[in-house]
Design a protein around this ligand. Structure first.
Ligand code: BGC
Length: 773
């Protein structure tokens, strides 16, 4: 979560930043030499041998800039003497301290005044951009474009590093199958494979070629683990699931992040099968370090150590200290637990010094890998900060990512694209001229109200040839200001703008409506039981539709929404998410056909909230779905089983046909791979990109039931109008692995079905093969 940029404390903080710049001037930028890890290990050991216990405990302590809290805040923290604490080596890391001036000021104290000169590591939630905002991560996952995801993370890293930061608390790689959970917006959605691919792309993007490069920042895979499975979709709630579900669905994106070289992990707030994740040795040590070989450090989530008291697994903060150390939580974010209790725990022999040494070593190793010891000020360059923040190239990239994240959900009578020959367009709705919603809830240090609104984007694209009319129609929320702390008040009664909106629609050739969610309706602590369009929005849409004009709905959202009752009132629907700084321009690109939409849903859109959790990777039941109403089959009596829009669904202005499925062999052994080819033809009127999706079904899991479908590959390809292209996928036996009856995560011989197609519910091609011992 993040405080509003209008927060008075932040304004004061910005003043401090400016003041310290005037005093200190700018730093210098040098690249740091890379050192092989054994040399770094030696340096860690040498340094550790010189440290007092107090200095060691200081490294475990991470505090927030008291003027910009991102968690349950203790403003009393302002009473603490941070500068003095840094000089005494009592703080190892800050979060929420931003900008070259302030990071340099504090770093100077750490390096020049503390006894051993150990540099600080500055962390921040750079979730989808630092100042140039990209689409929220869920939206970006809809691009199904690995290179694009990597690029946006790279740019976010460049801007962050230029602003003095070393570390982002991203990517969030939590799988979520519950759109009531507001944080579904921060991840890659419901699917394991897409989640893994997004994790890899984002870790590489943030960390660049080398962690010690001046424009690389350490990434953090969070929240470990199962946070996205909060019961009932209520944020911070417990997660309870089988070990199979955990290992097959919720853990793989974390493992992928480790394999991609992620520097840090963050533990989660929730309990996992009754044990708080932040006190869970099995997760944080046995699996993460033991099974996966992770050698970076683990930071707790914001006071997630302290919150164990409420989980009721411990009696005191002293016990929490023990649990945290035992679990393998190296750095305590804002909990002040280690600072207060580690010494006593050592004196009481509850823990031993080698445990603390290991924790400190892991933190120091990442500081060494970042090059902070070689050049603690390499991130402190005023010139770079000025040049790189909101660089024009970054805005161009943001628009590119944004347009590729949009998903076309409906396009009846080819309503879209809008012809540039129309005379007038009416832009209507509470979000039509909203310059803030597209920035999302985790908005880095972006300027409030700085996104290009839909109205602005359409006006820009329309130029002076098309008349663009505008009416708000109704307000969505009544609050004059929204930020992390506001309780939103929805407008359910004020229809005073309806008449003007209807009159405006009547004057135009086509109507574009902007409905959905504002920035603060998704994100942390933004769970909703009702995820349909709020307030008077559906009514406004119905009224506008009655004018008989073609209606295009642009939907703004940080989560899949329930729009079942709304669909029939729009001729076309574009799912526009929260697209960041260039939102309006990107949507205009798609509306007018300058870009042919190519996004696919990374999470199912429920038909009804009662279907949740709703996802395509279902197991079959012993009584599979049968449309016959008298049958005893697994179904709802009042609604369909299927979601309204399935995972992987997304239309294009053109059409594609699938043919010629070819498997390299009917049988492969455990050390062979299989090549699967298919031909895709663009049969429509526009050139366009298609996300070709490969799914498999393990027909019988040797004692274990297997899902009906699992995504195992995707390729996004551009196909010109009238052209055909062949797409090739490679499947290796390890891609078929599952948590077997013998508790091994490994493949097993047997029959497999293969499907290739355009979405999880539309798979035109089917084949099969056998894996043999
Ligand atoms: C969130 C984390 C975030 C941290 C620091 C917590 O409330 O759960 O995702 O990184 O705050 O801002």
């Amino acid at each position: 979560m993040i405080t509003s940029n209008r927060n008075p404390f932040k304004i004061f903080f910005q003043y401090l930043v400016l003041a310290s710049f005037l005093v200190l001037g700018s730093g210098s930028q040098q690249t740091s030499e890379s050192k092989p890890d054994d040399a770094l290990d030696k340096r860690v050991k040498e340094l550790l041998s010189k440290m007092t216990l107090e200095e060691k405990i200081g490294q475990l302590n991470q505090l927030s800039n008291p003027y910009q809290q991102t968690g349950t805040g203790v403003m009393t923290a302002r009473e603490e003497k941070f500068d003095e604490m840094v000089a005494n080596g009592e703080i190892g890391s800050f979060l929420n301290v931003l900008g070259v001036d302030e990071t340099m000021r504090l770093q100077k104290i750490a390096v020049e005044k503390s006894r051993l000169g150990i540099p600080l590591i500055f962390g921040y939630d750079v979730i989808h951009g630092y100042k140039t905002m990209f689409p929220v991560p869920l939206a970006e996952a809809a691009s199904f474009d690995r290179a694009l995801m990597q690029k946006s993370a790279r740019i976010a890293a460049i801007e962050s590093a230029a602003n003095g930061l070393h570390w982002t608390f991203a990517p969030m790689v939590d799988i979520s199958r519950d759109p009531r959970w507001g944080r579904i917006m921060e991840g890659a959605g419901e699917d394991v494979y897409l989640g893994q691919e997004a994790a890899i792309a984002r870790v590489h993007g943030f960390q660049g070629d080398k962690l010690s490069d001046a424009n690389s920042i350490a990434a953090c895979a969070k929240h470990f683990a199962a946070y996205g499975a909060a019961i009932g979709g209520r944020d911070y709630n417990s997660a309870d699931m089988s070990e199979r579900m955990l290992r097959e669905v919720y853990l793989p994106p974390f493992k992928a992040a480790v394999d991609a070289g992620v520097a840090t992990f963050m533990s989660s707030f929730n309990t996992v099968n009754g044990i708080p994740a932040s006190g869970n040795r099995w997760l944080q040590t046995d699996i993460l370090r033991g099974e996966w070989g992770f050698d970076g450090f683990v930071v707790s989530d914001w006071n997630s150590l302290g919150e164990m008291i409420y989980h009721g697994n411990v009696e005191s903060n002293y016990d929490i200290g023990y649990r945290g150390v035992d679990a393998g939580i190296d750095m305590d974010m804002e909990g002040r637990i280690y600072v207060q209790h580690v010494k006593q725990l050592l004196d009481d022999k509850k823990i031993i010094i080698s445990q603390i040494d290991e924790m400190v070593s892991r933190i120091l190793l990442i500081k060494f890998r970042l090059g902070l010891f070689d050049n603690p000020f390499q991130y402190c360059d005023k010139q770079k900060e000025k040049e790189l923040t909101m660089h024009p190239d970054h805005l161009i990239a943001s628009r590119d990512v944004a347009k590729k994240s949009i998903v076309l959900l409906k396009n009846e009578n080819k309503t879209l694209p809008v012809s540039k020959k129309v005379k007038s367009i009416a832009v209507i709705g509470p979000l039509a001229n909203d310059k803030d919603a597209p920035l999302g809830n985790w908005r880095g240090s972006s300027t409030p109200n700085s996104a290009v609104s839909l109205l602005e984007g359409i006006r820009e694209a329309a130029g002076n040839k098309i008349e663009v009319l505008y009416a708000e129609g109704c307000k969505l929320v009544l609050n004059t200001e929204q930020n992390f702390f506001t309780q939103l008040q929805y407008n359910t009664t004020d229809r005073s703008g309806f008449a003007e909106a209807i009159a405006t629609a009547k004057k135009a050739d086509v109507v574009i409506m902007a409905l959905g969610e504002t920035a603060y309706m998704s994100g942390e602590c933004r769970s909703y039981a009702d995820i349909s369009l709020k307030g008077l929005q559906p009514e406004l849409l119905r009224e506008i539709k009655k004018t008989g004009k073609p209606v295009i709905l642009t939907l703004f959202n940080g989560r899949p929404m329930v729009i079942t009752d709304v669909v029939e009132h729009a001729d076309a629907i574009l799912n526009c998410w929260l697209l960041g700084s260039q939102s309006g321009n990107a949507i205009a690109d798609v509306l007018f056909g300058d870009y042919n939409p190519s996004g696919k849903l990374p999470a199912s859109f429920p038909y009804h909230v009662g279907q949740i959790p709703v996802y395509y990777e279902q197991m079959n039941s012993g009584r599979p779905y049968d449309p016959n109403p008298s049958g005893f089959s697994s179904k709802y009596r009042d609604i369909p089983n299927a979601p309204l829009f399935a995972f992987g669904f997304g239309l294009s202005y053109t059409s594609f046909s699938y043919s010629k499925l070819a498997l390299s062999s009917a049988k492969i052994s455990l050390n062979e791979s299989l090549t699967i080819k298919a031909t895709i033809t663009n049969t429509g009127d526009y050139s366009g990109e298609e996300v070709v999706q490969l799914y498999i079904r393990d027909v019988a899991g040797n004692g274990v039931s297997r899902p009906l479908l699992q995504l195992k590959g995707f390729e996004k390809i551009m196909i010109e109008k009238g052209e055909s292209k062949e797409v090739s996928f490679k499947i290796q036996p390890k891609d078929l692995a599952f948590y077997r009856l013998d508790k091994k995560f490994a493949p097993e011989a047997g029959k497999f079905e293969v499907f290739v197609g355009t979405s999880s519910d539309n798979l035109a091609l089917k084949g099969s093969f056998e894996l043999v011992d």
